[in-house]
Design a protein around this ligand. Structure first.
Ligand code: MG
Length: 397
């Protein structure tokens, strides 16, 4: 299918940080997607927590399977809207590369460590970032960008994967003002600019944000029920779930258990996909968006209808209260925080405990940032093993 005029076209790319000749048979965004798949950080996603820890069961989503589901939903919607599927896939597969082990618990712990370290080190003075590293704390979106810009070591001529501007822009989904200012200093009018001037990213980047949300809302229902922490009965208070439970049962009155759950989730996913396609087409038409320059100046266009937006928010709220804050999940959160906090303290006081090759070559980066980079790159199980080696205590037994 040919691309719409408002899509991101390979030949209109703002290019790579280090110029490279085009590949003979592949487009630039297709090449980005391939670079992400071959990266070390991508392979590590298989052993990183989405909600349930990797060792809790073989069938729960990991960051890797989550990323694949985001890519699938993203491509599906992109094709209908005439957007660039290769760019969507590259962004979707890379969007979680910067995630720490243990999901959000790991990220929050590392962020808290970095902030405390800043205060201690600077004694209240200005803890300005160096030209080579972001400001203060730890943000996983910023870290995903850091992985593809700096931390991957695969190519002779540059650090990172040297991805196109549009792919990097999509990966940096959120960014604090402090980090946007830092990015603007090191890369004027670059990927940080939109957070300062209030412009919108490409439609492909917008789509990945929404596909991420659709994917985790659906798979967390599935994983929640699989784990026994949620039940189909309990989910019936969620209007979106109840609606498709009723339609499923009207077509298949005897369906129950796993197959019933899968069918409800499948119908929910389809309804959300069609809703996004219709609502986005309407928004594009209503605002007269014709080319990417219009997209930048318009509000976010890839969206749900008002009704689906409300239903999706209800589902999210349900999952927050009943799954993410479930006592059993919270228990692993406490343990995860301990592992990350102990590792951070150990490496900061004795940096030689980190392998020498982890130190960034040729650039000056603070020890605390090197430690954060090292910990963020760990898989769940490596972090647990390393914690046991350094502290002698067993967590998650
Ligand atoms: Mg995600």
């Amino acid at each position: 299918m040919s691309l719409a005029a408002y899509a991101s076209h390979d030949n209109a790319s703002r290019g790579r940080r280090v110029p490279e000749p085009p590949a003979p048979t592949r487009g630039d965004f297709q090449r980005d997607r391939d670079r992400v798949i071959h990266s070390t950080a991508f392979r590590r996603l298989v052993y990183k927590t989405q909600v349930f820890l990797n060792h809790e069961g073989d069938l729960f989503r990991t960051r890797l399977t989550h990323s694949l589901e985001v890519a699938q939903l993203g491509r599906s919607i992109a094709r209908s809207l005439g957007l660039n599927e290769d760019l969507v896939e590259a962004i979707a597969l890379a969007h979680d590369l910067g995630h720490t082990p243990f999901g959000h618990a790991g990220q929050d712990a590392l962020n808290a460590c970095m902030h405390q370290a800043g205060e201690v080190a600077s004694h209240g003075a200005n803890d300005a970032s160096t030209p080579n590293e972001p400001a203060g704390g730890f943000e996983h979106n910023m870290q995903s960008l850091r992985v593809v810009d700096e931390l991957e070591e695969r190519y002779p001529d540059f650090d990172g994967l040297n991805l196109c501007f549009e792919t990097r822009e999509g990966i940096l989904k959120h960014c604090s003002r402090a980090n946007a200012l830092w990015l603007e200093r090191v890369e004027p009018k670059g990927v940080g600019a939109r957070f300062l001037n209030g412009t919108s990213p490409s439609l492909e980047a917008q789509l990945c944000n929404l596909a991420d949300e659709i994917a985790y809302n659906a798979h967390d229902i599935d994983d929640g029920v699989r784990s026994g922490l949620l039940s189909i009965e309990q989910l019936r208070v969620v209007p979106l779930f109840e609606r498709f439970l009723q339609t499923t049962l009207s077509h298949h009155p005897n369906l129950q258990g796993r197959r019933l759950l899968y069918e409800v989730v499948r119908r929910m996913l389809s309804a959300q996909v069609y809703d996004v396609i219709d609502a986005t087409c309407a928004a594009i038409k209503q605002l007269g968006v014709a080319v990417p320059a219009d997209v930048a100046l318009a509000p976010v266009l890839v969206c749900f209808s008002a009704e689906m937006k409300q239903q999706s928010a209800d589902l999210k709220r349900f999952l927050m209260h009943n799954l993410y804050r479930h006592p059993q999940v919270m228990q692993t959160t406490v343990q995860a925080r301990r592992v990350v906090t102990d590792l951070y303290a150990a490496y900061c006081s004795e940096p030689h405990l980190m392998p020498a090759h982890r130190r960034l070559s040729g650039v000056e980066v603070s020890i605390k940032r090197q430690v954060a980079d090292y910990i963020a790159g760990m898989t769940d199980r490596f972090a647990i093993k390393e914690h046991e080696r350094l502290t002698g205590s067993k967590v998650f037994v």
